[in-house]
Design a protein around this ligand. Structure first.
Ligand SMILES: NC(=O)c1ccc[n+]([C@@H]2O[C@H](COP(=O)([O-])OP(=O)(O)OC[C@H]3O[C@@H](n4cnc5c(N)ncnc54)[C@H](O)[C@@H]3O)[C@@H](O)[C@H]2O)c1
Ligand SMILES: O=C(O)C[C@H](O)C(=O)O
Length: 320
């Protein structure tokens, strides 16, 4: 049986890391596409030359030609620009929207059966636009953010409780911006919800609030440290987790930016919600019940995403 084909659109910091991870995990053969001549070719060759030591047989190809992504099973999109200190993710909207148009059309014309994971920021608006530009079914187009934001939340919680991060679960909902909603009630240590751990005296509400805020600021914290761009190791790992769930029909329950059509009260928009990912793509959105306070935070986040979607429509009339 032929190996799955994974197309990575964008061969920058995340694209290169994705290619390395996909090859090492032998998820399939990898095509790295980028408009920057030589970059995808150089990274592909470099990673292929790590194969003999690592022991993988995955084939890697770098290209500037969309025809090379033909028949891809998965497309992961990182093409565009990343923010620098002093910028918000939303400042990237104008420039990255144009990139989503060319990428969407490239996928539509060459890999219409792929499961598409968008990473480019501002995430929720870009995945919405990418789905419109590509015309692929909504269940086959999603965005990566919730897995990353939840991983950051889990990391901070594991440090606070001094326990293995394997025993910490967390859910971050809403848009991938300052208004994201890290949920205390749906986050646990070995199944014990965080509010119970506060009651048990393991931690305090103040400490949890500080971790929630650090999670919301997680992307900016890395941008402030790196100064030249944004996070790429954890974002790549998060997207690979989603791609693997699709390729292996794992039915993973993962938070991601999924198309909501009435789910959690959201209509025809992409926003971070719990989903099941399997061979059908986004097989279901898990319609969790939110408390009044959580719903207000979630609604505020949805309103922020809605504003970005309206901005996309104002820039590109084909989206209106
Ligand atoms: N969703 C998330 O959680 C998350 C996390 C981290 C980064 N991001 C976003 O991911 C994106 C990529 O980040 P990065 O660190 O890899 O950036 P990067 O600058 O290292 O790489 C981006 C690549 O896109 C390429 N590119 C630009 N226009 C293109 C086009 N039209 N077609 C094909 N390729 C094109 C560039 O040549 C570059 O190699 C950014 O928008 C960043 O904000 C999102
Ligand atoms: O913060 C950024 O600009 C990149 C990304 O969205 C992140 O959360 O790391």
């Amino acid at each position: 049986m032929a190996r799955p084909k994974i197309a990575l659109i964008g061969a920058g910091q995340i694209g290169g890391t994705l290619a390395h991870l996909a090859a090492m995990k032998e998820l399939g053969d990898v095509v790295l596409f980028d408009i920057a001549e030589g970059v995808p070719e150089g990274k592909s060759l470099d990673i292929a030359e790590s194969g003999p030591s690592e022991g993988f047989d995955a084939k890697l190809k770098g290209t500037q030609d969309y025809a090379d992504i033909a028949g891809a099973d998965v497309c992961i999109v990182t093409a565009g620009v990343a923010r620098k200190p002093g910028m918000s993710r939303d400042d990237l909207l104008g420039i990255n929207l144009k990139v989503m148009k060319s990428v969407g059309e490239g996928i539509r014309d060459n890999a219409p059966d792929a499961f598409v994971i968008c990473i480019t920021n501002p995430l929720d608006a870009m995945v919405w636009a990418l789905q419109k530009f590509s015309g692929l079914p909504t269940e086959k187009v999603c965005g990566m953010a919730g897995v990353l934001d939840s991983a950051r939340f889990r990391h901070f919680l594991a440090e606070e409780f001094n326990v293995s991060m394997k025993d910490v679960t967390a859910f971050v909902l809403g848009g991938h911006g300052d208004t994201m909603v890290p949920s205390l009630r749906y986050s646990t240590v070995a199944g014990i919800p965080l509010p119970d751990l506060i009651s048990m005296g393991w931690t305090t509400k103040e400490k949890m609030d500080a971790i929630v805020q650090r999670t919301r600021d997680g992307g900016a914290e890395i941008v402030g440290l790196l100064k030249t761009g944004s996070a790429f190791y954890a974002p790549a790992t998060s997207a690979i987790e989603m791609a693997e769930a699709y390729l292996k029909d794992q039915k993973r329950v993962l938070p991601c930016a999924a198309h909501c059509d009435g789910d959690l009260g959201v209509k025809d928009m992409y926003v971070g919600v719990p989903t099941v990912i399997g061979a059908g793509g986004i097989e279901r959105v898990v319609n969790i019940k939110l408390t009044k306070e959580e719903q207000e935070m979630f609604d505020a986040s949805v309103t922020a995403v809605k504003g970005l979607v309206e901005a996309c429509k104002a820039i590109d009339s084909s989206l209106a």
